[in-house]
Design a protein around this ligand. Sequence first.
Ligand code: NAP
Length: 276
Amino acid sequence: MTKTWLITGCSGGFGRHLAQQAAARGDNVVATARNPETLRDLADRYPETLRVAALDVTNSEAIHAAVALTAEVFGRLDVLVNNAGHGFMGAIEEATPEEYRPLFDVNLFGLIETTRAALQLMRRTGGGRVVNLSSGAGIVGIGGHGYYNATKFAVEGLSEALAQEVAPMGIRVLIVEPGPFRTEFLGRSIAVAKRQIDDYSATGGAARSYREGNDGRQPGDPLKAVAVILKAIDSENPPLHLPLGPRAHFLAESKLVSFRKDIDAWRTLSIDTDYD
Ligand code: NAP
């Protein structure tokens, strides 16, 4: 059955691949980007089924306009993909509020506002999928990536709660947790703390050199990732968590092991805290 999609952050990377693949198989797509010119070629290739909207996810009016356009042109919404996001590297003490707040504005608050606006339409048209781009960084915190971790951990918690709230309406939530994939993410989509403190050279400093050594060399193929995401969206029983790539799987497995270790080591003491 033909689906109708609304996707944020389609100028490149996962968002663009998803918009392209969905349109190529005959689905209806509202592809959005801060600069809609970046989507002109897709709009020309799929004039009947792909619409472009200007959308900066920090702009609430633009979010509502994109959802209204989806309703007006296609009459329904089956798949919302909250993909827009960017990264930040630096130790917690190194970064200033001016540097780290924009990360939350896009990765978390933008996702929340887009979801709230889209759910009205999804509920009206009887179910669907909310696909939230988290990250391996939403599973395990790593020094030098703390602010990015914080935004993606928040996406995870929010998505788990949302999944329970919307399940009775036939809406399923899918949290996508990619490891390193070769998009623009480590290039133009990542900011770095200006202030560098020597004491954090092994954490904040290591994160900065990770970027330099890995941009354009990430092992993950975004087209393969998108193929798996499409399968999960189409599945009658999609997973709540979908780690993508060997690194994300390693992080998920190591989280399970370290969590287990902490719980077991302190079980007797930490469980015995209710009133006698
Ligand atoms: P990308 O190629 O850099 O794409 C990021 C997209 O987000 C761009 O289209 C960018 O648009 C858009 N964006 C940034 N701020 C925005 C805003 N305020 N409003 C609307 N769009 C905005 O990187 P990507 O890898 O495809 O990233 C997509 C998602 O995957 C992100 O949420 C990221 O955290 C997640 N992810 C990526 C990786 C990876 O290794 N690639 C791993 C884990 C998770 P502009 O062109 O306007 O900047």
